[in-house]
Design a protein around this ligand. Structure first.
Ligand code: FE
Length: 210
């Protein structure tokens, strides 16, 4: 089966097990034609922080009338360490708002969703602001947890490139001063276009406890 067939045949894709570009290349005995989105390295974990709330709404769109920050449309795929996409995987996000405030009484800027048949997710949100917290001044970040069905939970945080433009803040300085940052968890951003950014981040997670 070719990549084109997987991509264009919904019925075929639904019946076939997910096949990654890396697996296709291996099966065909050739190197991947393009740099693969997944290199098999597991996404690094990070502290959960004190502000996770269980039982968030199931939604991929966190934009509500009160949210006025710089828009971010974040997409990605969740893979296992063999670079096989993982459908039905829980992806949960929580973050602060344009003022650096978390909603601790409700569920603003909190939500969970499940990856689709191709292991993909999409989050409509805003770029969060930096804030002062338990670990000092935090660079802008989005908290996330990812869990394949029956698998262990990956808890981590996603960051923004040094040249991100939002809220008049110096992202390079904020990133440099953040003691928790892991640059491997930086979102790939394009934009801003019409004051909105498009972001991409793929996760690689374990599916068993080992
Ligand atoms: Fe935080």
């Amino acid at each position: 089966m070719t990549a084109a067939l997987v991509a264009t045949s919904a019925a075929g894709a639904a019946l076939a097990a997910p096949v990654s570009p890396v697996q296709e290349a291996r099966a065909a005995g050739r190197p991947p034609a393009v740099t693969p989105a997944c290199d098999g390295h597991e996404t690094p974990a990070a502290t959960e922080g004190p502000l996770f709330k269980p039982q968030s709404p199931e939604r991929g769109d966190l934009i509500t009338p009160a949210i006025r920050g710089v828009r971010l449309d974040l997409t990605g795929v969740v893979y296992d360490p063999d670079c096989t996409p993982l459908p039905g995987t829980l992806v949960e996000f929580w973050q602060c708002d344009q003022n650096g405030d978390y909603d601790t009484s409700g569920f603003s800027l909190r939500g969970h969703q499940y990856t689709n048949s191709r292991g993909a997710f999409r989050l409509r949100t805003i770029i969060p602001r930096d804030y002062w917290g338990r670990w000092g001044r935090r660079a802008p970040h989005i908290h996330t947890q990812v869990q394949a069905p029956g698998g262990p939970v990956l808890i981590t945080q996603l960051y923004f490139p040094d040249d991100t433009q939002a809220y008049g803040r110096d992202f390079a300085a904020l990133n440099a001063a953040d003691g928790l940052i892991n640059r491997a968890c930086t979102i790939a951003l394009t934009g801003p276009h019409d004051s909105a950014y498009t972001g991409a981040f793929d996760f690689v997670i374990k599916t068993t406890a080992q």
